[in-house]
Ligand binder design. Sequence first.
Ligand SMILES: [Zn+2]
Length: 335
Amino acid sequence: MQLIAGIDLGGTAVNYTLIDLDGRFLIEDLCEHPARSVEGPDVCLQQIEDGLAIAVQRVGATLESVIAVGLDTPGPASATGVLSARGSTNFVHPQWAGFDLPGNLTRRLGRPVCYLNDGNAGALWGHFNIFGHTPATSISAIVGTGLGGGVIVDGRVVTGRGGFGGECGHVLIPTQRIAGLEHVDPQCNCGRIGDLESVCSLTAIRNTLLPTFLKKYPGHALATLDVKDAAKKVRGLAERGDAMCRDIFRAQAHALGLFFDQMVNTFDPDALIVGGGAIEASADFQGWFLAEIRAGMPVQREEQADIPLRIMPNGDTAGARGAAIEALRLASSRS
Ligand SMILES: [Zn+2]
């Protein structure tokens, strides 16, 4: 048996998946091992290796059967996976600065390790889930603490010159067109005002949407909570039909609609895909959210009105799955 491993390295956990050479997944659920990344690269790489051994054991295989590895991490990192010299939120130990994660893991595991950032890996999984190996073009937006995502053109991830391709969260959108945000300048952590992440992320709910919409609903129960705790309750309340929380999610959906409209005009894609914690909810809520995204899009030309808008499945394993698919593609092109 020959296997490809997908390894999703986050700040606290490593998540694994394994696929065979036909792209079939041997691990369907979450398979996690502690990352211990705060203790630096040496400890963390050992954790990655140990966790991989446990994962292959789980499917009744051995490490020898793993012929290639796909790795994904949160950025910022170069297109080849060298972590930013200026550090990153998830890799705080000083030895991580400028660390060549795939290069070091390749040497350690003795097999090729390819790299994607977590947004691009998730986008590739969302794409593969719909189109398989057939060449197609899709745009994914993944709504979490921030907004990740990616652009897949003819089946290939657009990583760009420096690894910043598909940074959908920092694309500017006309936020003043969104109901409730007409007179607001939403700030993003990246320094931009009015990009997609500044409206469509958990951070945006906390920093902008909740303070803005609470003014419209002054007696709302969330007004009594600390804004950090209140922000985390918005999705659940929106799902249960709370009017203010629906307004907040409608604003996020309309932001996605404006963003996707730009992508439709740039790429004329085969699908638009939404994923992330924000929409890991009931099918009813997902359906409402997709309809609101459509409602937020300007009227489409007749030929493009039927571009499918889809939900990305398996949110918490999307990164590992996408990384494995990229490794499989590279392994197939080598053989
Ligand atoms: Zn930004």
